[in-house]
Design a binder for this molecule. Sequence first.
Ligand code: FEO
Length: 191
Amino acid sequence: MPSYSLICKNILIMLDPKVEKILIEQMAKEAASSALYLSMHSWLEMKGLEGCSTFMFAQAEEERTHMLKLMKYINDSGGHAIIPGVKQPKHSFKNVKEVFQLVLESEMDISSSIHNLVDVCTKLKDYTTLHFLQWYVAEQHEEEKLSRTILDKIEIIGLEGNGLYLFDKEMGSMQVQTEMKSQDAAGAGAA
Ligand code: FEO
């Protein structure tokens, strides 16, 4: 008699192995992004930049939730979400501008891999995963926009003299806005 797990596997398998593999690779990217942002948080905190460091901590947590969301989807779809190992991230930065330039680069890289996932699922006619990925497409659009807005603020305010203090203060208030956005999203989800 087949085991319960085998029966479940036969009933539940929906994910194409190719889609499962690249979803797991995406989990690794989200985990690496979370580790990089946590490393940035630590460097910024060490420099006494409270607004920027709090902002990066929230971003690191957000990336971790992106990884967990993928994990849940893979397992719920009959796959096996293997937890990725994470390389030690960069831990030292030239200045605050470099930190946020690297954030934008990281977000652009993640957007590109999400778009690749969408391409693969479209070719395989995996409409369920395509639907799931729509959230990531919209999220990446928001995150890239946010990164560009921050770099614009750096250009406008400047980081010399009092500029760094003002920018850090601005990032502290942006953190409040991001938290409000998360609360709105949670409220919408609960409705
Ligand atoms: Fe989850 Fe911003 O990539």
